[in-house]
Design a protein around this ligand. Structure first.
Ligand code: FES
Length: 179
């Protein structure tokens, strides 16, 4: 009889531990995916059903490693447009070196800084983003691939189009984050 009561207590403990483990997993996975859900839902909440086309700069305005900040697609969403001076994946322009990325860190939403080299922060010697909050690093030569810190995915890349007749650069869309 005593043994059965002990077994009941053990089963109760095991179930409680299983519950804690499951709850912890849900919280951890949910937390990691939060930026993705936020990104996907924000446009729906704002009533934005397609990306606008807006002029962000003229190619003659750009100097190597001097980013221009612009808001897109919503008025409270800053992005960096930068000419890197070396070819980058997805880059536009004669040297495929002009790129734009969201300036909002995918970890917890801080505004990160553009840096000409990530090496002082423990990353590779490439231009990219450095978040001062928890140290996430984004490699701008490789579509903002995460190369350091806790960010779960790259920051979204802005789709750019260059009008070669005028030199005007337009934002026309954004790539989703990739996990
Ligand atoms: Fe950028 Fe945490 S908010 S690393």
């Amino acid at each position: 009889m005593v043994k059965k009561d002990d077994e009941k207590i053990d089963i109760g403990k095991r179930n409680f531990l299983k519950f804690l483990l499951a709850a912890g997993t849900v919280v951890a996975v949910g937390g990691a995916l939060e930026p993705v859900f936020k990104y996907a839902l924000s446009y729906e909440q704002e009533g934005l059903t397609s990306f606008p086309k807006i002029k962000v700069a003229n190619i003659n305005d750009l100097q190597v490693n001097s980013p221009i900040t612009f808001n897109y697609p919503l008025e409270n969403e800053p992005n960096y447009l930068v000419k890197l001076g070396q070819p980058a994946q997805g880059g536009i322009g004669p040297n495929s070196d002009i790129v734009a990325f969201s300036a909002i860190c995918e970890h917890m939403g801080c505004i990160y800084h553009f840096e000409t080299s990530l090496s002082p922060y423990g990353g590779p010697n490439v231009p990219g983003g450095h978040c001062p909050c928890h140290g996430s690093l984004y490699d701008y030569l490789e579509k903002a691939k995460v190369v350091g810190g806790p960010a779960p995915c790259p920051v979204p890349m802005v789709q750019l189009v260059l009008d070669s007749s005028t030199g005007d650069i337009y934002a026309v869309g954004m790539n989703p984050p990739t996990i």
